[in-house]
Design a protein around this ligand. Sequence first.
Ligand code: FES
Ligand SMILES: [Fe+2]
Length: 438
Amino acid sequence: MAYRSVASLESLVEPDRVHRMCYVDPEIFERELENIFYRAWIYIGHESQVKNPGDFWTTQIGRQPMIMVRAYDGQVYVLYNRCPHRGAMLCTDRYGNASRAFQCSYHGWQFHFDGSVRHIPAAQGYDNTRLSMHDPAFQMKRAARVESYRGFVFASLSTAGPDLLTWLGGAQAAFDDMCDRSPEGEVEIVPTCFRIIQKSNWKIFLENQLDAVHPSIAHESTGRAAADVEQAYEERTGEKPPLSYKMLSAFIMPLEKWGELETVGHPYGHCMLQGYMGLRPTDPDTLAYEAIMKQAYGEERAEDILNVNLHHVLVYPCLSVQSPLQQLRAVRPLAPDRTLTEIWHFRLKGAPEAIYRRSLAYYYLVNSPSTMVNADDLHNFRICHEGLRTQGGEWVSFHRNAGQDPVHNGIVTSVTGMSEMPMRNQFTAWKAYMLAGG
Ligand code: FES
Ligand SMILES: [Fe+2]
């Protein structure tokens, strides 16, 4: 088929539309793993998941099973989950503590947490052979590069490319905003996460995250029900309803209001949505938290932190971060039509319990198995993918405000929050990754 050559791959992405093959074609998916997921920085986990030596979490980068582990030197390593003897996976638990070393369940080879060999049973059998314990070929392989930013650990399976901070660029704001909201400047993971396998391509999920046109339509029933209860509550008690209702009723803001928000597109496909939901009500819990923040940072700096109104930051291609509510979703593509998302939640170190409970409420409202919100999205993801499989049309439209968003120094600012700029920005990066090295 024509699109298999690089020249025709290029023709699949136009400035305002992309071909459906980008989503459904198995060969394109393979190339995405090679060119995007095995080259870019991919989120592995948070350092607080592995506090003690021997603590590990397993995850995956594309089809590569990886282990994040804390070693006795205090450093966090990211290793391929594979024994160099005959290939067995070393950790089959999702997480745990491996005590002094990883030990393979097959022939008992043991490895230090930096991947080096600790012990091979009856090792004299290897005397006068080509096997050497000091040869990296017989050690657990490390990810080519590992870096972390404010406790968030990323790995790249390629030695080439920009360092993590350069690559993140403006998307660093996601982690700054999340951590700065802690009086101690740090967050801590709340284990474990929701895991959802979506029956759709991974890009459909990321495109939805900053899609400001869909909430008031796709989530209308949820938003409407919450608004009704909010109103009844206020009439009955004369008091402002709890913030958790607002978290749902905000979905049915009129479209013009969504249009007033701003989306920003950064290099490498990262995007952000700002100005959605101010989280500074004047209830006693919030005021107590703000007082602690002012004590920790001083009046001016605390105000700056609390006034950041980021709603969502996409770290393309692997993360969707909602920093003011301390949650992130990691994207793990499994197949063209299967995507695993891991939805993690964090606690602001040093902040009052009530503030944690507030963001936990949002985490459950939008993500739990009984959510009324994510269910709408998952349904739309599935039916989009189903439709894209058909011969009912060849193109996916990203025409809304195409060609109208101003660009300054490589950063695109949407003319309206409803612009499909974030989708176009993601595909600009997609195309660059997919054509690189081709
Ligand atoms: S496969 Fe791991 S020790 Fe043999
Ligand atoms: Fe949604």
